[in-house]
Design a protein around this ligand. Structure first.
Ligand SMILES: Cc1cc2nc3c(=O)[nH]c(=O)nc-3n(C[C@H](O)[C@H](O)[C@H](O)COP(=O)(O)OP(=O)(O)OC[C@H]3O[C@@H](n4cnc5c(N)ncnc54)[C@H](O)[C@@H]3O)c2cc1C
Length: 409
């Protein structure tokens, strides 16, 4: 293998490039990125950067000399537009073509839009550095009325940060509870109570009929019951979709992500996927909760970028690839709460609060079918991370209860 192309110049793509070099790959690596930015970290975009506390230099994933050390052929601001798996070529927006022996696809995800979403000044999304800096300017004097559509993690982080800047903030969620996909209804409601305490108007179980504006600017959000919420800024935070449109004619198997095997190889040999765009069968949950999964968290993107590169090199050397098995982990910062979660939540779990009190700081186990499926902590870091290894070892519910008891005493 002489030439590797990595498409997606963010966390998973960077980790793939670094791992290739760490593992001794001395051939060419081309890094292709749609954004004209050297890789930066996304989590601060809804937190410290949006709050105006951190500047851009602070979120670069590597210093410029570290990039130089990777000896990458950089193609930034030049999106990949197509893939020929037969000829092993990636086409770029400027019309050029990059041949490859090995390819890692790490194109992440893009925000979903509402049906019929109008193009109005003040209707924004939050995925990129440019999005965050533009929103930061709009909320700088604290006078804006902000409406966030969607009470997922990013929507609620934006709500917390804009509220802390002094804005009047309303959050609209169609589900009966906030953060339902990540935490389940019961815990989502408990954790989001902090928003109400800080003066956010959080409305669940409401349906948005449309976003309204005058000729140019947004003026409000109309609910299905006729209520109008006057707004200067509307943040659409209704989830993301994998960034795979450019692969539509590639012949790769797609389906809410790039379908991979357990080693992160796509349906074409020598082509791997990693991060928010990859869907794979996670062996940790085999025989228990065996759905293929696509994870939209920082830790997964970092780990998968490295794992995809290691497996690509192993196969090229004639060695076996290693299945990527991992217990998902994410964190979220909202007001003074650091939320951490390992594992999965599906809404049908038995929940056992084993430390603290669910009206404030606490830790809880999520159990399903006699096994531990997830652990949540709010400002309880020492109570969460020990369970990651226990879940990787496929802990039973009684084993989890025993561990929780030991930690809590
Ligand atoms: C505002 C925000 C806050 C977050 N906070 C947290 C948090 O607190 N905790 C947590 O665990 N996770 C958090 N996340 C999620 C985490 O940042 C992502 O899981 C992670 O960035 C995924 O990395 P990735 O490399 O797979 O994809 P991305 O970071 O999405 O990067 C993909 C890159 O590929 C580029 N690209 C897309 N299409 C093409 C193409 N056709 N050609 C070339 N390049 C292309 C994109 O422009 C992008 O630069 C947050 C995400 C956001 C947006």
């Amino acid at each position: 293998m002489k030439k590797v192309v990595v498409v997606g110049s963010s966390l998973a793509g960077l980790r793939a490039c670094e791992t290739l070099r760490q593992q001794g790959f001395g051939g060419e690596i081309a890094l292709v990125g749609a954004e004209d930015e050297i890789p930066y970290d996304r989590p601060p975009l809804s937190k410290k950067v949006l709050a105006g506390e951190w500047e851009v230099d602070r979120i670069r994933l590597r210093k410029s000399d570290e990039f130089a050390g990777l000896a990458l052929d950089m193609h930034l601001g030049n999106a990949a537009t197509g893939l020929r798996t037969d000829k092993r070529i990636v086409s770029l927006a400027d019309g050029s073509e990059l041949p490859f022996d090995g390819l890692v696809i790490a194109t992440g995800a893009i925000p979903r839009r509402l049906p019929g979403q109008p193009e109005l000044d003040g209707v924004v999304e939050l995925r990129t550095l440019a999005n965050s800096m533009a929103l930061r300017d709009r909320i700088a004097d604290g006078s804006a009325r902000v409406t966030v559509i969607g009470a997922g993690f990013i929507g609620l982080e934006v709500a917390a940060t804009t509220r802390q800047r002094g804005c009047a903030v309303t959050v609209l969620e169609s589900a009966p509870a906030p953060m339902i996909r990540g935490l389940g209804a019961e815990m989502g409601t408990a954790v989001a109570a902090t928003h109400t305490r800080h003066g956010v108007d959080l409305r669940c179980g409401v349906s948005v009929a449309g976003i309204e504006g005058d000729d140019r600017r947004v003026t409000g959000v109309r609910l299905a019951d006729g209520t109008l919420i006057d707004s200067d800024i509307v943040v659409v935070g209704v989830g993301v979709a994998p960034a795979t449109q450019w692969l539509a004619d590639s012949g790769l198997t797609l389906g809410d992500g790039i379908i991979c095997d357990a080693t992160l190889q796509t349906s074409a040999p020598g082509i791997y996927a990693a991060g928010d765009c990859a869907r794979w069968p996670n062996g940790v949950f085999a025989g228990f909760d065996d759905e293929e999964m696509r994870i939209e968290h920082w830790t997964n993107a970092a780990e998968q970028g490295a794992a995809a590169a290691r497996n690509m090199l192993a196969v090229a050397r004639g060695e076996p690839a290693t299945p990527y098995e991992s217990v998902p982990f994410f964190w979220s910062d909202q007001f003074d709460s650091r939320i951490q979660f390992v594992g999965r939540a599906h809404g049908d779990d038995d929940i056992h609060v084993f430390a603290g009190d669910s009206s404030a700081n606490f830790a809880a186990l999520y159990g399903f079918a006699g096994r531990l499926r997830g652990v949540l902590g709010v400002n309880m870091p020492k109570m969460v991370m020990p369970f990651r290894a226990l879940m990787a070892a496929k802990a039973t519910w009684p084993e989890a209860l025993e561990k929780a008891k030991a930690l809590a005493t």
